[in-house]
Write a protein that binds this ligand. Structure first.
Ligand SMILES: [Zn+2]
Ligand SMILES: [Zn+2]
Length: 351
């Protein structure tokens, strides 16, 4: 198969900083779209994978699954896209297309394992898939989405992972007018969760460990803000919330939040703490409550989320960096020193 050699940024070992390297992209098949990458968001998963913190990283590793850019070429059978379109690619680039979940537009749960945008087996070229820290990507049109023209392209890139990760559970648990929703943690995920839940019409209560984020949370759309380490403030919301979106990826007391749910309420984890979180049976059985989790969304839902964000003018709050600043950005990410997502200006890779 013909390939094109392009510039990328990645790492050859868990302890090695990211640096420039060359990778191959396939010649587009009749169903492929070739995308010139303009911006790529920096997700915490990128750092976990580059440093092999979840194990199973195949090197060289080129992270990046919040990809936005312009279509520069399309295969003969491509119907949904044309050259010049503003498009995005999120966490998935392929799936089996045959299992029950793929048929129900839940490709993220493909029974055969969906192909992740990076660090998955590449069905076309062998080896592993390479992500968005690169000049171009070639993707089956079924895994490419349109970015609404009214949205700022750079600030839209985090919608492809942080956006869909928060939108999907808010939709699934039917957040909307008349519902009181808690969003725990105001970071990359949480700041999107607040904006989207508010746009869905819910009454949004943000929970933070830091008083300095009160004004921020309100600016993002929270109706109320609670200092989670203040027991009296927490008690005031006991039994009041229909749903809680838990965006915290560090250790925290889930039982304290479960007590804030109404009967039949659910708490869904979208953060991924490293260690198991203890849940007391009495936190659940007293109010027939559910402790749940959610991961990204299918392609149809990702497009629905982007259309929703276009309608409501929602993008992420970002800090733009050059590709060469990625190692420094990772160090700052570990200290939560970003409001709220780094986005790489991919033009910096070309010069
Ligand atoms: Zn991600
Ligand atoms: Zn499948």
């Amino acid at each position: 198969m013909h390939t094109e050699v392009i510039k990328a940024y990645g790492t050859t070992a868990a302890t090695t900083p990211l640096d420039q390297l060359s990778i191959n992209r396939r010649e587009p098949t009749p169903h492929d779209v070739v995308i010139d990458i303009l911006f790529c968001g920096v997700c915490h998963s990128d750092l976990h994978t580059a440093r092999n913190e979840w194990h199973g990283t195949i090197y060289p590793c080129v992270p990046g699954h919040e990809i936005v850019g312009k279509v520069v070429r399309v295969g003969d059978h491509v119907k949904k896209f044309k050259v010049g379109d503003q498009v995005g690619v999120g966490c998935l680039v392929d799936s089996c297309q045959e299992c029950q979940y793929c048929k129900e537009d839940l490709e993220q749960f493909c029974e055969k394992g969906a192909t992740q945008t990076y660090n998955s087996s590449d069905k076309h070229l062998g080896g592993q898939t390479y992500g968005g820290y690169s000049q171009k990507v070639v993707v089956n049109e079924g895994f490419v989405v349109h970015i609404p023209e009214n949205l700022d392209l750079a600030a839209s890139s985090p919608l492809l992972c942080a956006g869909i990760t928060t939108y999907s559970p808010l939709r699934h648990w039917k957040v909307g007018p008349g519902k009181k929703v808690g969003v725990v943690g105001i970071g990359g995920l949480g700041h999107m969760g607040i904006k989207i839940a508010k746009a869905m019409g819910a009454h949004v209560v943000a929970f933070t460990t830091s008083e300095s984020k009160f004004e921020e949370a309100k600016r993002l759309g929270a109706d109320e803000v609670v200092l989670s380490k203040d027991a009296a403030q927490m008690r005031a919301f006991r039994g009041k919330l229909h749903f809680i979106l838990d965006c915290v990826s560090a250790e925290h007391d889930v039982n304290a939040y479960l007590s804030l749910l109404r009967v039949d309420g659910s708490l869904a984890l979208v953060g991924a703490p490293e260690f198991p979180l203890p849940v007391a049976a009495f936190s659940l059985i007293g109010g027939r409550k559910s402790f749940a989790g959610s991961a990204i969304g299918g392609l149809a839902e990702t497009q629905e989320m982007l259309d929703f964000c276009g309608e409501h003018n929602i993008t992420a709050d970002i800090e733009m960096i050059n590709m060469q600043q990625i190692n420094e950005a990772y160090d700052r990410l570990l200290k939560n020193d970003v409001r709220y997502r780094f986005v790489i200006d991919m033009a910096s890779l070309k010069h």
